[in-house]
Every structure is written in C-alpha cells, then in structure tokens.
Write a protein that binds this ligand. Sequence first.
Ligand code: ZN
Length: 245
Amino acid sequence: MACMLHGPCGPLNPSCPCMVDNKCTKNYPKEFIHCTEQGSDSYPKYRRRKPEDRGHTGTIRMNINGRFVNQLITNQWIVPYKRVLLQQLNAHINVEICSSIQIIKYILKYVNKGFDKAVFELQRTEGGNDQMVDEINLFQNARYVGSSDAAWRILAHPIHEHFPPIVQLAVHLKNGQRIMFSANTALERAQGPPPATTLTAFFELCHEDNFTRDLKYVDAPELYTWNKSTKMVQENTGGTNWKKW
Ligand SMILES: [Zn+2]
C-alpha cells in the first residue's frame, strides 16, 4: 500500500498525472483476473484477485473535491512488484515478468545499439544574428559522448562482457554424432574414429579426477573452455578438448 499503489486516478482523481483525455495512460484500474496470462506482444496480465476471492484490500484517505473520504483499495490498483525487494528496500520497484522472445531482444538490443547519436548544430554565441547559415552544418549527424563514457573508452575498459560464453553442447547417442564430410574426405572419415564432440570430450573430462567426476554437463562451460580447433587432440594425446579457463 505504501510503495506500490497506482493513483488512484480516473473519476476519483481526474487531475492525477497519469490522466490524459480523462483516461489513465497506464490503464489503471486493471481488471480482476483469475490467473496470470501472457498477452501476445504486450505486458502480461497478472492475477488480481477480487476481494470476495481472498484478494487483499485496504483503505486510504483521499481528498476528493476538498473532502477527505476513505477509499477502498483493491488489487486493481497495485503495480506489479516482488515482495522480497519491497521488504528489503522499502521503495517503489515495478517488477514485470520478462519471458517473451521480444523482451529478451529488447533488452539485448541496448547492448548492441552503440553510442548515442544526435542531429545538432554548433553556433557561436557572439556576433549577433547576422551570421551566415550553413545548411550542411544544420544537419550534422554526430555522436555525443558524456564524460564518464569518454573516460571509460579512453581507458579501454570493456564495454560489454558475457560470461560464461555461449557454447552449444552436443547431445547424441553413443556414436551418434554428426560427421561432416566432402567427396574428398569421405573415405578418411568413414575409416577414422568419429570426431570428439563436447559430449564425448565431457565424458573424457569426467574420468580425469574426483572434481570433474561430479561436474554437470551444463556447468562445464563455466569452468572449462571448449577448444574447437584441436578436435583431434583426444586421439593424439589422450587429453580432452575441454581446457580449464
Ligand atoms: Zn492512472
């Protein structure tokens, strides 16, 4: 009630900042809904229980036309939140489910968007208004860099890091791995042992010591790096293509 209450707006409070043309731009009050639904191409519709359906309610004092009244608050007015965050930080923290492909793309887009750009013009402040207008300069499309961004880049600090790197882990039955061959290499491939895959090499790794014996396949990329270029190492040296970071 203290942190996550929207408005109330609408007819109760037409001058609420969220109101445009007598309508709440955030679509409050939200409808009651029995269970959470993932809308297509939109925010999820979260479960909002009715008071008669064991939904929580509360009352606030509201000033309506200069008169203080008790206003019943239902789940229709609550902004989506995470209870543990509210308990720890005691602040307004809107938490939404981010599960659709579009949202993942939206978040990652910012990493790849690059620097900020703007169309701007530099002008001398002295000299009055009789300066020559350079129309090309009026449409200068340029990059602008804030001081912290500039310092970060000058000092060559990493801009983006992803750890562990994404490794596609092969899953196949014994001797069921894919084998690539061309007309020239078909005979060699057919006679030789099948190439090591992340899976076969992982089994090798598990033989190495007590630590790797308990290692889960999905956790391997966090501790080991997959060495693609030495696929044949296994046969030659008895080692594995998984190398410790
Ligand atoms: Zn509103």
